[in-house]
Design a protein around this ligand. Structure first.
Ligand SMILES: Cc1cc2nc3c(=O)[nH]c(=O)nc-3n(C[C@H](O)[C@H](O)[C@H](O)COP(=O)(O)OP(=O)(O)OC[C@H]3O[C@@H](n4cnc5c(N)ncnc54)[C@H](O)[C@@H]3O)c2cc1C
Length: 238
């Protein structure tokens, strides 16, 4: 049921069944969608209690999943050449997006960044789809040494892009929005804000935005996002 409704950029709230510890469900992006088989794939990094419990489940064990949640990425038919930029586990939602974008024979550049090559996600899968993959690692253990924003800087200086899509840690997102803005390239970013309910009720993930009339407002990352047009985000005070 989730697979039938899911679109790239959406997420699910996950809990290991049979425990109230941790109390809140954890948001995990939908990595891949197989509508025909009714399957969604998730990839995650173990960082704390919730993801540690998740890593200990056995095949066949049930999970509680609420979703698909959030808005997901959007695209226009005219876009021909796009870049997908992912950092760390922010790479997760971009694979389903790449699959969708390639259905219309777009030229898809994928820039992946990780701390080390062991932490790099899905590079092979993007290549197999036919994306043009470039990699950076903080320690230089795979691809270019440095941050993935440097790869974007090089790309926008060598070719013209119709759209940038991105997901990753806040400093990365801030850096790439600046690069895209300077070149006038539309940019959609998925924010990895910590969230509690996942459905817009608790306001725990509110993020400052620029309203159309210039005033400052707030949007809920879980319900109004997690994907935002970079132009509306006010990330400087985050
Ligand atoms: C919309 C969305 C989609 C996400 N998709 C994925 C995904 O596909 N794969 C994946 O591995 N992770 C993803 N995350 C992050 C994931 O939700 C957190 O890593 C997870 O909730 C941590 O839970 P925990 O109980 O293991 O750790 P906790 O004990 O809750 O946290 C441990 C530490 O992890 C860090 N942390 C926790 N939550 C976040 C967060 N949202 N962003 C950045 N750092 C955080 C903090 O430093 C914290 O101290 C996503 C987050 C959001 C909001």
């Amino acid at each position: 049921m989730v697979a039938g409704e899911a679109k790239p950029g959406q997420f699910v709230m996950v809990r290991t069944s049979g425990t109230l510890e941790p109390f809140l469900n954890r948001p995990i992006s939908i990595h891949r969608i197989d509508e025909a088989k009714g399957i969604i794939e998730l990839v995650y990094q173990v960082v704390g209690k919730g993801t540690k419990l998740l890593s200990r489940i056995s095949p066949g064990q049930h999970l509680q999943i609420i979703g698909p949640l959030g808005n997901g990425f959007s695209w226009q038919t005219g876009f021909k050449r796009v870049a997908l930029v992912g950092g760390g586990c922010g790479i997760a939602p971009l694979l389903a997006l790449a699959e969708k974008l390639l259905e219309n024979e777009r030229e898809v550049y994928v820039l992946l960044g990780a701390q080390t090559k062991e932490k790099l996600l899905a590079a092979e899968e993007f290549s197999q789809l036919g994306c043009r993959v470039r990699i950076s690692t903080d320690d230089g253990s795979q691809g270019k040494k440095g941050f993935v924003t440097q790869l974007l800087e090089e790309l926008v200086n060598s070719i013209s892009l119709d759209q940038v899509y991105a997901c990753g840690p806040l400093p990365m997102v801030k850096g790439l929005i600046k690069i895209a803005e300077e070149k006038g390239i539309p940019c959609q970013v998925s924010l990895e804000e910590r969230m509690a309910c996942g459905v817009g009720a608790c306001l725990g993930c509110a993020c400052p935005v620029r309203n159309p009339d210039g005033t400052v407002g707030y949007k809920r990352v879980c319900h109004d996002g997690p994907v935002f047009d970079a132009k509306e985000l006010l990330l400087d005070n985050k």
